[in-house]
Write a protein that binds this ligand. Sequence first.
Ligand code: MN
Length: 305
Amino acid sequence: MKYVIGHKNPDTDSIVSAYCLAEFLGDGYKACASGNLNKETCFIFEKVKMTPPQALDLNKAENYVLVDHNFDEEMMDGIDKDKIEAIYDHHRLGGLSLRSPIHTRIEPVGCTATIIAKLYREAKKKIPKRIAEILLAAILSDTLEFRSPTTSEVDKEIAKELELIAGISCSELASKLFKAKSDIAGMSIEEVLTADFKEFQHYGTKIGFGVFETVDPKPALKKKEEILEGLADLRKKENVDLIFFAIVDILNENAYLILLSDKEKEVAIKAYGFKVGEDGIMELPGMVSRKKQFNPPILKTLENV
Ligand SMILES: [Mn+2]
């Protein structure tokens, strides 16, 4: 069996794209969960009454198809890179070095699910209703209902088609998804910090960057002290040099960057040019996207040290 698999700490796009691409490719392909599913992902699979992908024994895979990532650091531990046969993604290239040629489909769109929907369209294959609904959910989730600057015209066009097939409007589905996404009840601080946590290396510096997207940042901001303790633990555990955590206010389109120590403060000030408040938090007006807004200035800052 060939496994279709997303990145570590999977988000809705990683799980949905793995599921739908395995469906599209058909016989011989199976979607595999790349970690615990977040509340938003659980919500959408429950809503359409489908069983989400399960974790599988990675050693048993004949081959892998990666979705929604291409960085070494984001791949599941235990993936044999010689067995990667294809990558479908919408992230910048991360310097992956392989021994053999593979298929790649990487496009600068807002969501991997958009690329999966395009595959159906190109093959003139009808998208089943429930597949349309989960693909639409992934697009709304990754683009924050088209608010994120990662959004492309293609995402909007595909979403319109999916709305019709799924029989649900973007605004109705998005508000349900965002409610599920914002719910931190019953989650430990570590779970909140790592639910959407990515690691990467640049010019010899290891960086961890967690994001929590919410329709109401207040409850998370109230937990600032716990978040700082959690970040200190996580920095040690993940052995990263710098650790950042952004609470993203989806509806007001801004972010609160929690800065653990002077090291992070210094880089954040150089990168973004905003002041750090007395509470150690930097407000980032108009910024919501790690891929397009949070990360690139940090990379640039590390290049110029
Ligand atoms: Mn994605």
